[in-house]
Design a protein around this ligand. Sequence first.
Ligand SMILES: [Zn+2]
Ligand SMILES: [Zn+2]
Length: 356
Amino acid sequence: MTPLMHAAYKGKADMCRLLLQHGADVNCNQHEYGYTALMFAGLSGKTDITSMMLDAGAEIDLVNSVGRTAAQMAAFVGQHDCVTVINNFFSRARLEYYTRPQGVDTEPMLPPRLAGPLHKIIMTTNLNPVKIVLLVKEEPALVDPWALQKCSRVMELLCEQCVQQQDMNEVLAMKMHYLGCVLNKCLSFLQNREDKLDSLLRSLLRGRDSDGFPQYQEKFIRDCIRKFPYCETNLLQELVRSIAPVEIGNDPTAFAVLSQALTGQMAFVEGDYCVTCGEKGADKRCSLCKAVVYCSLACQKLHWFTHKKMCGSMQDQDAKAQDTPKLIKQSKADQFIYMITNISHYNNPIIKCDFW
Ligand SMILES: [Zn+2]
Ligand SMILES: [Zn+2]
């Protein structure tokens, strides 16, 4: 066992960093049972150390003496957060392949200057479409129809690659497909709408009159999932089965189901997610209704055009809730957890993708 393996297993992040800085081999598997430092990081349940190993170039496909990868070992001991980190990791080098002309092409598929901004989007674990559009908006190089066209084509190829590789990664394939769909949506708004990405953000956030539910966003995410080109994959079958019976506006939302499947995060259960962009750890409450929470003032401003229609009635609800025992307030979240944890039906017969 190398010092790096030992430090990873014991969860000593500082020691791991120091050893890596001094040239420790992250892929060394000279261990009795062929374990690597990434496997030990996954077993320890430390997501920061798992990310550190991946950033340092740890191979995710290496197997131990009984043929198990790091993700499989972490899953076996119930370290699901580490599994998410490993399964969502996508090396910059793999993306940079597309920045070099291939075969008879004279131009690369992806202009090198777009690799950084696109990689940032690929690595996001917050899949809220508003967040992804905001990430695009932050990168001037991406706010350009030509650049978005290139990027969404690369996402399509990456999706295909994830399905066709030897150890098929359905989760990453779905993520690539979904991100590609959001980029395509950005492209169509850039080309066809006067106020461009701002009007896409407003469409995604606008709540319907009856209850403020953002139905455009819900339909958009359902549509993205439905367009996943590999109908026979278990993941798609499971997503369709979970979402199709749910009436638009009810829980679980397509976003919650997709997010749970791709990142393992229980979206919106703990109530500290920004209602605009889905960022975790939001702590700025609407001062009037106290019913919605934002990660920043910018997100609150972005949401106000639609929230102002509901804010008044939410204030009334808040007043009533003051008198309601906590147990009852909790019940909706419990119901949601129940629904989301009962969505595994891998053995059910294949159902058609055009279910809704
Ligand atoms: Zn936010
Ligand atoms: Zn409010």
